[in-house]
Design a protein around this ligand. Structure first.
Ligand SMILES: [Zn+2]
Length: 511
């Protein structure tokens, strides 16, 4: 008898329908053949299925069993077809009734017939719904991740027997339910909070501006000045994630196998740190079963490049496309795939190779030419995409003694950031822009209004420092965010002055 069991395959973040057709005919000895371009994992599935079948009290009868994973021309990866394949064998040999054809099954088996925690459940559930399935069985340990999707029944499959009991109507399972609002409420407080960062008022102010306008930012300061701590605290002052952002980022974490039972979704903006030792596939994504890289794990959050001057040019070059397009394309022989990579870029570097240029007590050992060369490593395409450049002074003894009292909390700063974002949405939303940092040169001319005195102030800066046209636009964008934070409808001279203050490297890169 031929049976068909529905399942979902994953390619990157996208899912496609897989149908497992099973035919069995009586024969002398049991033979199982699997066709439909299975990879090694699916051949290994045969062994797991045979064990699971007998450990659950069923048997592989004396029959020629042929399984076809359709569509046959798509290479299927992973172990998630174990469960539907087992159900195909049992139903085609008449041991259990055929499951409903509007139900999909997704899960890897253990030898004893348990269904293991797996990757990609959220993406699979979303795909199953889009493919028209009415219900899907997923591993119990991933069920809360899939259950946030509405419009499809998500059943938690603990083991083969509980799934069969449900199919036979002996013991019906109820669909799982979980809500994003509930998960957000239970997400807990951030341990990285601006309240714990003493001193560094300028860097904090720059962080607030960066968060308010979605600007990329570079911190330049000696070791121990708190660059990493400030970077880590940045997500805590960014606006809350929207529903769509939570789903998009959680899908990436689901595919990467990085969601946990305790935190089944990413309800907070991610913070992802990369060091210079990162490989290019590690950063951009790749591998045999293409996995998202760090830039996609930072999607809708912060990507932090620590010691950015130590990164190779080649590595930094790979950031150009994602910074421009907010996506990364991972090329594959047959079919390339795209991962979202919309992140706020935060970089940190020392002011010179030894780290102590300009330090009041520790002497710098570097020569002028060495410092020039060091700073020039981040020039070009990367620097072009960084709006704010902030020099951090060393932390002084009096800063440290201040540590007894808490500074302003992230929650307080976030209120101002949220208000500034609201002003931006009202002003530029209709032009299709989400924040000031993304404004095109044309949109800057159309939407940013400078007072006559502000225009004069900007022209004076241009004459004095001969900065490039790109820097000119960046100063306006930053000034616009500062005006938004000040709830001002127009850009005033003080906004221009503060904005130009956050262009530390303009003085070093006269073009
Ligand atoms: Zn030095």
């Amino acid at each position: 008898m031929v049976t068909k069991i529905g399942s979902v395959g994953l390619w990157g973040l996208d899912g496609y329908k897989v149908e497992i057709e099973t035919d069995s005919r009586p024969a002398q000895d049991p033979v199982i053949d699997i066709v439909g371009l299975p990879d090694t994992a699916i051949k290994e599935a045969k062994d797991r299925i045979i064990s699971a079948v007998s450990n659950c009290g069923y048997r592989i009868p004396s029959a020629n069993i042929i399984m076809n994973l359709a569509p046959a021309d798509v290479k299927k990866e992973g172990t998630v077809f174990d469960l539907p394949m087992l159900l195909g064998i049992l139903s085609s040999t008449g041991q259990i009734p055929a499951p409903d054809e509007n139900t999909a099954f997704f899960g890897e088996l253990s030898l004893s017939g348990e269904i293991r925690r797996g990757r990609g459940v959220l993406a699979a559930v979303i795909a199953a719904k889009e493919l028209g399935f009415k219900a899907i069985f997923v591993p119990e340990k991933n069920a809360s991740e899939g259950a946030v999707v509405e419009g499809i029944d998500v059943f938690a499959a603990k083991d083969v027997l509980s799934v069969i009991d449900h199919i036979e109507g002996k013991r019906l399972l109820s669909p799982e339910k979980s809500s994003i609002a509930e998960l957000m409420k239970n997400a807990g407080d951030d341990t990285n909070d601006f309240a714990y960062i003493v001193g560094q008022q300028t860097a904090k102010r720059a962080s607030e501006i960066a968060a308010a306008g979605g600007h990329n930012i570079l911190f330049i300061g000696p070791p121990g000045s708190g660059k990493s701590m400030i970077a880590k605290s940045l997500p805590s002052i960014l606006p809350d994630m929207t529903f769509d952002e939570i789903i998009e980022t959680s899908k990436i974490y689901s595919i990467a196998g990085k969601l946990t039972e305790k935190e089944p979704l990413c309800v907070k903006r991610p913070f992802v740190r990369s060091t210079q030792n990162v490989s290019i596939p590690g950063l951009t994504g790749g591998g045999a079963t293409p996995a998202p890289g760090l830039i996609s794990l930072a999607n809708n959050g912060v990507l932090f490049l620590d010691e950015v001057a130590e990164f190779s040019q080649k590595t930094l070059e790979t950031l150009r496309q994602p910074l421009e397009d907010n996506i990364i394309t991972v090329n594959r022989v047959k079919k390339s795939l795209v991962f979202p990579s919309s992140f706020m870029l935060v970089c940190a570097m020392n002011p010179c190779p030894c780290g102590y240029y300009g330090h009041p007590t520790v002497p710098c050992k570097c020569k002028e030419a060495q410092i020039e060369k060091y700073l020039s490593r981040i020039s070009g395409p990367l620097l072009d995409r960084i709006d704010l450049q902030v020099a951090l002074p060393p932390v002084t003894v009096s800063d440290i003694s201040e540590r007894k009292t808490l500074a302003e909390s992230s929650a307080e700063i976030k209120k101002r950031v949220d208000a500034a974002r609201k002003r931006q949405t009202e002003r530029i939303g209709k032009y299709g822009f989400t924040c000031n940092a993304k404004l095109s040169p044309k949109a800057i001319r159309e939407t940013c209004v400078l007072s006559p005195a502000a225009t004069a102030a900007l022209n004076r800066i241009m004459e004095k420092t001969s900065v490039s046209m790109r820097s000119y636009d960046k100063i306006i964008k930053i000034a616009q965010t500062i005006a938004d934070l000040a709830a001002s409808d127009i850009i005033l001279p003080e906004h221009i002055a503060e904005a130009s203050y956050f262009r530390t490297l303009d003085k070093k890169y006269k073009k």
